[in-house]
Each structure stands twice: as C-alpha cells, then as structure tokens.
Design a protein around this ligand. Structure first.
Ligand code: ZN
Length: 137
C-alpha cells in the first residue's frame, strides 16, 4: 500500500551549483549526500516537511540522469517516489494493471532504500519510483 510521497527526484548538472539555491534562496538544509553507483549519480537530500527532494547529478555519460539532461538541458523534475510498505506487492499490483516495469525486482537505491521504477510510457509520462525504507521491512 502506498503511504505517502517519499520524494521528488530533480535532475541537476551540478550539485555544487544547485545545492546553494536550495540552501540560500529557499532556506532548506542539505541533510545527506551520497553517491549511488548503481544509478551512476551523486545525490543530495533536503527535507521539506515529510517529503524530501532528491537532487541527482550524473557521474557518467551513461547515467539515466545524463540522458535526461540531454533532453532537458536546464534540468528539472525527473521522477516522483511513492513510499510503500511493500515494494514487491506494489510492483505486482502495477504489473497486474498492465503497467510496464523498469525493474522487475527492487534494488538498493540511495539511503539504503529498496526501490523500483515504473516505465513512464505506462504512467502518463511520469517516471515513478516505488520505495520502502529498510526500517519498515
Ligand atoms: Zn528517487
């Protein structure tokens, strides 16, 4: 079952350039930075109430974020992540409803969360992540 929106993923060319905007212009605090080799990205997380912003900078030209930035040179909202109490069940439900899955099985994403993505061609253009924090397993 989906519990809430966990985070919004935002593609940026450079964390070092984008993080000061969120800190200085919006007054948010960067809580956490982490490199996620499986996705070829560096991330920076900001808490906005219960929802987080996940800034994503590509670390490799083959990164999905690098490809996104080719199409959207200014960067922008890349994905929406829903927090579920069970990613596998959530994937089965989506697949049963005819949604194309990018990941048949959840994998370990940033902050030690189990994550999986639904294909934007099946989700009306919104790349959708389902995630579950390890503590709730
Ligand atoms: Zn994400």
């Amino acid at each position: 079952m989906i519990k809430k929106i966990d985070h919004l993923g935002i593609a940026v060319r450079s964390l070092d350039e984008a993080v000061p905007y969120y800190e200085k212009a919006l007054g948010l605090k960067c809580e956490h930075r982490e490199e996620v080799p499986s996705q070829k990205v560096r991330t920076a997380f900001f808490a906005v109430g219960e929802v987080h912003l996940e800034l994503l900078e590509p670390t490799h030209p083959e990164s999905p974020i690098a490809k996104f930035l080719e199409k959207n040179p200014s960067g922008g909202i890349h994905h929406i992540a829903f927090c579920s109490d069970n990613v596998e069940t959530q994937l089965k439900q989506a697949a049963g409803a005819g949604v194309r899955l990018i990941n048949e099985k959840p994998f370990e994403g940033a902050a030690g969360k189990l994550v999986a993505f639904l294909h934007p061609k099946s989700t009306f253009g919104v790349l959708t992540e389902i995630c579950m924090s390890k503590e709730s397993v």
